[in-house]
Design a protein around this ligand. Structure first.
Ligand code: GLN
Length: 229
């Protein structure tokens, strides 16, 4: 019998974890355990090497502009393996600040340009003296599911023409408060403004992510993951 395992990278987990983003790993670990699968994780941060062949999942959390500026400089050195990981369908979840840094750039609240890695085609502008704060609800058409969360961001993100959002805004602001898009879903990469443990509040999405991690690694059908309690 195969001994299934998952090894995750918590990218800049010591700098961008402001809203308890690590909860997402704990939820995945919880469901993996129910399926008899062990999930381990490690933080990869400033000056560390990101070896894309080592990870089955990457979590990249959110935070304040200052930490994002520090991460923005370091992440340029990891750009190549990160882009390769995403292009090779590597499962990835990016929240708020992390989500912004996978795009082209983010203009911080003070007007400074914080460079991303252009892994996916979108960019983030700044609002003048305003933040989008509050409950948010979206519908994901692909999975026909509704996701609930809480958003708190200055940035307003605009997706490139052929880039799919994670969902359509039912309530709240989402990417920019205008076009009713929220987050991004590109290959096996999910990005969202939903704070912190988006997967704890949306266990359906947690199971979709876990399923994609396992199917990507083992090339077998893991449809039963969706049925886990
Ligand atoms: N600092 C960014 C912003 O305000 C990201 C915030 C966050 O991670 N929630 O838009």
């Amino acid at each position: 019998m195969t001994n299934y395992t998952i090894h995750a990278c918590h990218l800049y987990g010591n700098l961008l974890n402001t809203y308890g983003d690590i909860g997402n790993l704990l939820v995945l670990e919880y469901y993996a355990k129910k399926a008899g699968i062990t999930l381990t994780h490690e933080v990869i941060s400033i000056d560390d090497t990101f070896d894309d062949s080592k990870y089955d999942f990457v979590l990249f959390g959110g935070g304040q502009d200052f930490e994002q500026t520090v991460v923005s400089q370091d992440i340029q050195l990891k750009k190549e393996p990160l882009v390769r990981y995403i292009e090779n369908d590597g499962p990835f979840l990016a929240i708020c600040g992390g989500y912004q840094l996978l795009g082209h750039y983010y203009i911080g609240a003070k007007g400074e340009q914080i460079k991303g890695i252009s892994a996916i085609d979108y960019y983030t502008e700044s609002q003048v003296n305003n933040r989008f704060i509050g409950d948010v609800e979206i519908r994901n058409e692909e999975y026909d599911e509704v996701y609930l969360g809480f958003e708190n961001h200055n940035g307003v993100t605009y997706l490139g023409e052929n880039v799919k959002p994670l969902g359509k805004v039912i309530k709240g602001y989402g990417n920019n408060g205008k076009d009713q898009t929220e987050g991004v879903h590109y290959k096996n990469t999910y990005g969202s403004y939903f704070h912190g443990p988006i997967l704890a509040r949306n266990t359906n999405l947690a199971k979709q992510v876990l399923r994609s991690i396992l199917e990507h690694k083992y090339n077998e059908d893991f449809g039963y993951i969706i049925e886990l309690d």
